[in-house]
Write a protein that binds this ligand. Structure first.
Ligand SMILES: *Cc1c(COP(=O)(O)O)cnc(C)c1O
Length: 496
């Protein structure tokens, strides 16, 4: 057996490309959200691994029969759930090359091109985003490609922790405070737990509907004040540009002003909305980023780069390296010893790392920044279109103003009043409770049909349906059809 025999590699590789091309072509034939029941696959698969080889043809047949039904089709043009994962030919080809080389670029010498191409694409992207020069290698900072935003948050939080503890002494770790809003991604809570921030020092600032669920500087300042008075030490603020629930935009410039007074680390989590900031008309979303310490966005969400790819920049690379560098005799080499190179193992949690820069390089070169901008704009236009359709139907409301390409909407309490009338009059539930219940039912009904897939958020106690536009294959017709589906299911529930 030769598991990397070139002839067989070529044959199977071509088969898989054909398989995927056919899949993309016929993707709308499948229900967008997988309709299987929990445990479905266990019944269809043998209990033990095969002892003897099986042909690829037989395996692909099982893939078609057993695996595909359990897949939710994130690349479907009718996928409007969570945030999209926009794949592309360039992103795929880059990933394929990376997997083919299968190198492990933990330090420069382990594959110089892997590190240097990553340096290059991070500076390219940083320039396209108009990040201040201080975030680039051409300045004093630099960028790294991680797998996910969760990692970016953990890396920056551990660097922030160690930077402060080096000044106040590690015995004071119990005094460090992390600030977030009630809309900040849960990744930060886990990261705080991992790095040993006491849960009583995890400060969650409430947001309000009247300010579109953005984190406001005044309550932040007052929380910091109280903490400082109590002898605590502000350590880290996470500012979100495009929250996961409603794409709220925290006012970055104002928040940095507050945080900078207290010497805190400010991380900007622009996981979703960072991509669109390459368009001049959206760059203002990250105005004030020069006051932040680090910035990250997920290229695997809305930047045509196949999973996984989180782009993280830091202003002060030394603070990350001081915290995360490791030394082992077996990794020693001249280039590292002479400090001539970047060793990315010191910029991340793991040692081994993938050659992610290839896919970013392919995406940027294959499409060019101009086309990438137009691609993002087209989704924003489609979202505007969807928003207008919702507005025209008086049974619905747009719950919070749309910022980018996510529309948050719901059936109004007034539209569902009839259904819950009895219970409301008996005082068992409020009209808002009924609205929540019916909107949840509406979403389940839509998703159960398999024609489109949307997800929900609960903000300020209100259940809203999110329509996130950004799948690569989505066109205007799909969005119009999606709204028709929503209306039909609403009709069925309301006239029932
Ligand atoms: C998606 C998202 C995350 C989590 O991203 P991962 O890459 O899955 O870790 C974090 N923050 C925001 C604002 C997000 O939208």
């Amino acid at each position: 057996m030769n598991p990397l025999e070139p002839k067989e590699f070529r044959r199977q590789g071509h088969m898989i490309i054909d398989f995927l091309a056919d899949y993309y072509q016929s993707i709308t034939n499948y229900p967008v959200l997988s309709q299987v029941e929990p445990g479905y696959l266990r019944k269809l698969t043998p209990s033990f691994a095969p002892l003897n080889p099986e042909p690829i043809e037989a395996i692909l047949q099982d893939l078609q029969q057993h695996i595909i039904p359990g897949i939710t089709h994130w690349q479907s043009p009718n996928y409007f759930a969570y945030f999209p994962s926009s794949g592309s030919t360039a992103g795929f080809v880059g990933e394929m090359l990376s997997t083919g080389f299968n190198l492990v670029g933990f330090n420069w010498v382990s594959s110089p091109a892997a590190t240097e191409l990553e340096n290059t694409v991070m500076d390219w992207l940083g320039q396209v985003l108009k990040l201040p020069k201080t975030f680039l290698f051409s300045g004093s900072g630099g960028g790294v490609l991680l797998g996910t935003t969760c990692e970016a948050i953990l890396v920056t939080l551990v660097a922030a922790r160690d930077k402060i503890l080096s000044q106040i002494g590690i015995e004071n770790i119990g005094k460090l405070v992390v600030y977030v809003s009630d809309q900040t991604h849960c990744a930060i809570q886990k990261a705080a737990h991992i790095v040993g921030i006491h849960s009583k020092n995890f400060r969650v600032i409430n947001t309000m509907k009247s300010t579109s669920f953005a984190l406001m500087p005044e309550p932040l300042l007052s929380a910091i004040h109280t903490d400082v008075q109590n002898g605590l030490v502000p350590c880290y603020l996470c500012v979100t540009v495009g929250t996961t629930s409603t794409t709220a935009i925290d006012p970055l410039g104002l928040l940095c002003k507050v945080a900078n007074k207290y010497g805190m680390w400010v991380h900007v989590d622009a996981a979703y909305a960072g991509s669109v900031c390459i368009c001049p008309e959206f760059r203002h979303l990250i105005d004030g980023v020069e006051g932040a310490t680090s910035f990250s966005f997920n290229a695997h969400k809305w930047f045509l780069t196949n999973l996984d790819c989180c782009c993280l920049w830091v202003k002060d690379q030394a603070s990350v390296i001081n915290s995360l560098s490791t030394h082992s005799v077996y990794l020693e080499n001249n280039a590292s010893d002479l400090k001539q190179v970047v060793d990315y193992k010191d910029w991340q949690i793991t040692l081994s790392r993938r050659f992610r820069a290839l896919k970013v390089w392919l995406v940027l070169r294959s499409y060019g920044v101009a086309n990438l901008r137009d691609f993002l704009r087209s989704h924003v236009e489609m979202a505007k279109n969807f928003e207008e359709l919702v507005r025209k139907d008086k049974r619905f409301e747009i719950f919070v103003p749309r910022n980018v390409a996510v529309v948050c909407f719901r059936l109004l309490p007034s539209a569902v009043a009839k259904i819950g009338n009895g219970r409301v009059q008996d005082g068992h539930v409020t009209t808002e409770d009924v609205a929540n219940e019916i909107n949840r039912k509406l979403l389940d009904s839509i998703n159960g049909s398999g024609t489109v897939y949307m997800t929900h958020a609960t903000v300020g106690g209100v259940f809203v349906i999110r329509c996130a536009i950004g799948a690569t294959l989505t066109e205007k017709t799909h969005v119009i059809m999606a709204w028709k589906v929503v209306q039909e299911h609403a009709d069925a529930i309301l006239n029932h």
